[in-house]
Design a protein around this ligand. Structure first.
Ligand SMILES: Nc1ncnc2c1ncn2[C@@H]1O[C@H](COP(=O)(O)OP(=O)(O)OP(=O)(O)O)[C@@H](O)[C@H]1O
Ligand SMILES: [Mg+2]
Length: 327
């Protein structure tokens, strides 16, 4: 039997009000996360990864406009939820781990104040403070923070960046959230700490049976952590499939170029990179958004948007070149 999706996003569109008009950033993306699944979202800086996650959670900044789309969480339509249901979705459903852990913590309260009070509020019935305290201590232990009692008494500035990131993960764990949206966790930290954080997320997802969306521009991270991957370019999904399959045999010219950007350990010099840059979202290309940078682009690519088509065994891509080769 097919696994149920904990999260299903269809045709999500987001724009930002900016000087001179509307910046059409996310242009109809879709994303399915099976229960207990580990899904990756990859794309270069500025392609709309963070915007998409924020739109899913309904926490876009004030300039952001959710233009359309459907977000289903655990079988419920998020956009049709009542205030209370949204509250519950945030408190117990899905948690986001941010790129920069200090942004998620309030600098003027101790960790105890933030986590215990926040968590007490997150259970429908007023649970005993001591019980919640124990739960938080357990979560801090689970994320391998030394001396949780001392951490509880600390202010965020007294902790290192890696510790703050662990505290944020512990906050999601203690609330028994079902889905973790990890937005490039640890990129603000040094590489060894980043690696530890990734390993931690990986083991927690496995141990607790959480579902995960891992956002990254690093192919290496996605390869290690996820089973299924969506490749995003300029607000559109251009390719998707099982992670191993997509990375072993990429179909879309953008994915191929992205793979070539991965520094090679074999010493073949510096990778080529991708010519050009992400389009201006105020005036995006009419057809395929990658066409201005694509060496294979034709008139058709510049004028029409390619649909997602199955290559084989669930591996899909949205590219006219792929269709031309297969018919
Ligand atoms: N508050 C905002 N107002 C206007 N434009 C915004 C705002 N936030 C993001 N954008 C624009 O939306 C686009 C996508 O940004 P987003 O942060 O979602 O990208 P990203 O894929 O997460 O990039 P990165 O890998 O660098 O984190 C960018 O062009 C950015 O300038
Ligand atoms: Mg981002």
């Amino acid at each position: 039997m097919e696994k149920k999706n904990i999260l299903s996003v269809q045709d999500l569109k987001v724009s930002y009000k900016v000087y001179g008009g509307k910046s059409k950033v996310v242009n109809g993306i879709h994303l399915d996360v099976p229960e207990g699944g580990r899904v990756g979202l990859v794309g270069e800086s500025g392609c709309g990864k963070t915007t998409s996650l924020k739109a899913v959670l309904g926490i876009l900044p004030s300039a952001g406009i959710l233009e359309g789309g459907k977000v289903m969480f655990d079988g419920k339509d998020v956009r049709g939820m009542s205030r209370n249901e949204i509250d519950l979705f945030h408190r117990r459903g899905a948690g986001m781990i941010f790129q920069d852990p200090s942004a998620a913590l309030n600098p003027v309260f101790t960790i105890e104040k933030q986590l215990v009070t926040g968590l007490r509020y997150s259970f429908e019935h007023n649970v005993d403070r001591k019980e919640v305290y124990e739960k938080v201590i357990q979560a801090l232990n689970d994320v391998s923070l030394p001396d949780p009692e001392r951490i509880m008494k600390s202010y965020p500035f007294q902790l290192s960046g890696g510790m703050r990131q662990r505290v944020c993960i512990a906050a999601s764990l203690a609330a028994d959230k079902k889905l973790l949206l990890a937005d490039e966790p640890g990129t603000a930290l040094d590489v060894t700490i980043q690696d530890q954080i990734l390993r931690l997320i990986n083991s927690l997802v496995e141990k607790k049976g959480l579902s995960l969306v891992m956002v990254s521009h690093s192919i290496g991270v996605i390869r290690e952590v996820t089973d299924y991957v969506y490749i995003m370019y300029a607000g559109t999904i251009v390719e998707e499939g099982r992670t191993k399959v997509v990375f072993h045999n990429p179909k879309h010219p953008y994915t191929k170029a992205l793979m070539e950007c991965v520094p090679k350990l074999t010493g073949n010099g510096i990778s080529r990179g991708i010519e050009g840059r992400i389009p201006d979202y105020l005036n995006p290309p009419k057809g395929c958004r990658f066409s201005p940078r694509c060496v294979h682009a034709t008139e058709e690519c510049r004028n029409s948007v390619p649909a997602m088509e199955e290559a084989e065994d669930g591996h899909k891509t949205a590219c006219f070149m792929f269709r031309r080769q297969t018919v």
